[in-house]
Each structure stands twice: as structure tokens, then as C-alpha cells.
Design a protein. Sequence first.
Length: 368
Amino acid sequence: MFVLKRYKIRTYEMGLLFRDGEFRGLLSAGKHWFVDPLCKVRVEVVSQRDPWLVHEKLDLIVKSGALKDRAVVLDLKDYERALVWIENRFSHVLPAGLYAYWTGQKDVRVEVVDARNVRFEHADLKVIARSSIPLRVLGVATVERDHAGVLFIDGRYADTLPPGLYAFWRGPVEADVVDVDLRETMVDVGGQDIMTADKVTLRLNAVVTYKVADARRAVSRTDDVRQALYRETQLVLRAVVGARELDAFLTDKDAVTDEIEQNVSRRAGELGLEIASVGIRDVILPGDMKELMNKVTEAKKAAEANLISRREETAAIRSQANTAKLLADSPVLMRLRELEVLEKIATAGKLNIVLGEKGLADRVVNLL
């Protein structure tokens, strides 16, 4: 039986010719006729407008040499990756494997990179990182301003990264960037019930202000440095406050705060932290203890007021005694004092003099 097949290839297309399942060559633009009585001829028409040639038998097509001068062929090894630009615009990143790109319709540029260098650095890194396709083969990390990135490669510390954009190849090794905030921050240590040395239970609220001084140590020494600082402050509060009696604690809270800060700073330094300040924000006494202390305070104030009153009375009596002694020792001063009294009486209003016994009258006349 005579069977004639016709295939039309447009200018932007390419025909893949297979005969009996074997690749036989490429068909360029035009009309192609085949006599195929046994139906063994098959032509697959592909568009070159999409430069990436994807085919299940790509290895056979490449091995035939038919793609020479018509396509860019890439055979990437396990440690190689390729960056692909189409029409001078970044398109995607290729992992290890066999690839082919038509060059007839669009300009294709390929850059092969050695992925054994885990950190990927490139002049167009920002453009490459914005694309979603590279995420399959590239791990992208951004270290923000006032932060630091601690880089671990295969679980081992590698470097501390300043703010910026970074990319790492996936596959050969595992790279992980831990973001660390270097700004000052606070930890509230609230609701701590602590018993003093004289068996009084207090509730304290403290606050710790700190910043990360050593990013590597902060992420390596503990799984959660903030929680570790919180627990350490708890223990120091209980140790320092529990060793003092209530009165000693209340009368010298500054010394207590200084001791707490010294102890917390010592441990924080081991965790890679720098303590800016430690403060006791609130001291809450039990209800009965608060009432008792109010009574004690009231009694102290009453005693102080009474003492001041007695001191003033004593001073007044002492002053009067000194005045009396001075007048007794100086008759002239006594006479002047008497005249001052009469002058005050006279200026105050009408003066009435009542004379009684003879001796008193004589004395008043003498005064006048």
C-alpha cells in the first residue's frame, strides 16, 4: 500500500525526524514528503520561539550531532550549575543534567558555575535572586540592617555575615544562615515569688536590657539565648534577694541591683551577650505584711514627731532660763525690759493704773 506523508515546517519551527523509533535528523523550514507504507516515520514539530528543547530522547538527539551550530548543548556534572540568559535577560538556573537551547530565533547565553564553591557570588545576584526558578537550586538569605548572619556549612561554623544579600548552592553541601538582631532589646522577668532570709515572700518584677556582642556564640551556646538569659536572671534574683532580710533589701535596693547586674553580666558574657542594665521594676509585698509595715512606718513617724516636739520645748525652756539669768545679773537690762513692756501696753490702747498697797505704788511711780 502506497502511503505518502507531508509535513510543513514554519520558519520558527524545527522538525525532529524519527524512523522506527530512532532519531534520524532535523527538518528545517519548508514542506517535507515521506513515503511510509509501514508507518515507521514520525516527525515532531517543535517551536524555536521557546529556546529550551525538552524531549524524552534528548540524549539520542545530542549524540547524533544534529544540534551542532543549531543549539547550545549543556551536559552539567553533579557539581556544576548553569545560569541562562535569553535575549540578555536572566531566565533561570539549571542543576546537573543534559540540556539543549535553540539559537535560531533568540539569543541564548549560558554561564557554567562550579557549585563546589558553596557561596554563590555574582554581579547580577540581585536579579538572579528575585527569580523564583533559582530557589530550587539556590538558597537565598538576606541579612537586614543592624543584624548579623551566622553561616553554618554542614553544621559547622563558617563565617559571620554583615548586612546584605547572600546565595548558596543547594545539593553538594548544606548551608544555613541564622539571623541575629544586634540591637538592644529587653527581657521582662515578671511575677517572681521570692522568699527573703527572714521568711517574707515578695513578688518582684525585673527588666534586663541587653544586646548581642558575639553573634556566633549567641547561636552556638544555647538554642534560645533570650530564654537562657531569662532563666539566668531568675536564678540570680532568687540567690541575691533570698540571702537578705526584708529590711536590708528595702533599704539598699541599689546594692542589690548592682549585685544582680554583676552576676547576670558574667553569665551573659558566656552566651555572647552584653548587659546594658538590670533593674527591679516592682516590689510587691503580701497584704498583711503591707499593713504591718504601714503601721510600723506610722509609729516611726509619730515617734519622730514627738521627739521633735520635745526637742523644741527643751530648747524654748533653755532659752527662757538663759534670759532669766541674764536679767537677774543686770539690773539696767531688767529696767530696760520693764520699759519695753510698758511701751507696748501704752501703744496698745488706754492705760489704767490701779494702785494698791503702798510699796507697789512707790515702785510704779519710780518706773514712771
